[in-house]
Design a protein around this ligand. Structure first.
Ligand code: NDP
Length: 250
């Protein structure tokens, strides 16, 4: 196994350790924000900064790789870029974040995570892996993975838009989300995100993309549980059959 693979396996190990930690200590942003995490900055700027890093790094590696005649490279790049344009520009501007703060320490950790994640994936997809070529786009792994990626994105976008609709501009309170997959789970936006990057891992059939899917589970499963417990503790009429992340299961 080469040095790059060892590095990615180490990165996957770091995801497992992070998940264990996050089940004990919730990342202090959004409803779990609390004092003691150092200076803070506006959440809109925080999201743009921490997620924009991923966009810049993947674009840089795509351009430097020069695989402009490989349709598969374009598909991977465009899928990644669309997700991160939404996450770093559209989401911060549309979510009701005005007046909300987040700790600089959380933004700094996310910048490191996103830089590393985009770096590993971009290095593999656009430099180290043999070019996938047009034929890869009809491989069953790509077809199923791409379908999962789109399905996950639809679930994530639908769930985030239902949350936005719960607040008028300037409002900061919380309500019980309703409709769509919220009838089954507390955090369908996180479920969609996990499905998306699992699909990407399948579509690229690569270790770095698998590490991203593992990291997404590591970041979002503990947070889904924390949200779920918070909803149950906050709203006595919270729907009792609603699960945290996986419909009917967990
Ligand atoms: P949340 O579901 O915690 O919040 C999303 C937005 O909706 C926030 O503006 C939040 O406000 C608001 N909101 C949430 N619940 C309610 C409610 N019940 N009533 C009213 N408003 C509500 O998601 P995150 O902020 O953690 O994540 C945002 C997006 O980023 C998600 O799509 C997620 O999948 C993605 N993400 C991906 C990660 C990855 O590792 N790939 C890591 C983290 C996030 P407030 O901020 O005030 O709580």
């Amino acid at each position: 196994m080469g040095a790059f693979s060892w590095m990615v396996w180490g990165w996957i190990g770091a995801a497992a350790a992070t998940a264990a930690l996050l089940f004990v200590v919730s990342a202090p942003y959004g409803r779990h924000r609390r004092p003691g995490w150092g200076p803070q900055l506006p959440a809109v700027a925080g999201w743009a900064l921490m997620e924009g890093v991923s966009l810049v790094v993947i674009a840089g590696l795509f351009v430097a790789g020069g695989r402009f005649d490989d349709p598969a490279a374009w598909v991977f790049f465009i899928a990644w870029a669309l997700h991160y344009v939404n996450r770093s520009v559209v989401h911060p501007l549309r979510a009701r974040l005005a007046g909300t703060l987040m700790p600089v320490s959380i933004v700094a950790m996310a910048v490191v995570f996103n830089g590393m994640n985009a770096g590993l994936n971009g290095a593999w997809l656009f430099h180290l892996a043999p070019p996938y070529g047009a034929a890869w786009l009809s491989d069953p792994r790509f077809v199923v993975g791409a379908a999962l990626f789109v399905l996950g994105a639809v679930i994530n976008l639908d769930a985030d838009s239902r949350l936005r609709a719960l607040r008028a501009p300037g409002e900061t309170g919380y309500q019980i989300p309703r409709g769509g997959l919220y009838e089954r789970v507390s955090c369908p936006n996180y479920l969609g995100e996990i499905v998306e990057w699992t699909g990407f891992a399948l579509a690229t059939w690569s270790l770095p993309a698998l590490s991203f899917a593992v990291w997404t589970v590591a970041n979002l499963s503990p947070r889904a549980l924390a949200h779920h417990r918070w909803y149950r503790a906050t709203f006595p009429d919270y729907p009792p059959t609603r699960r945290a992340l996986l419909p009917y299961v967990w």
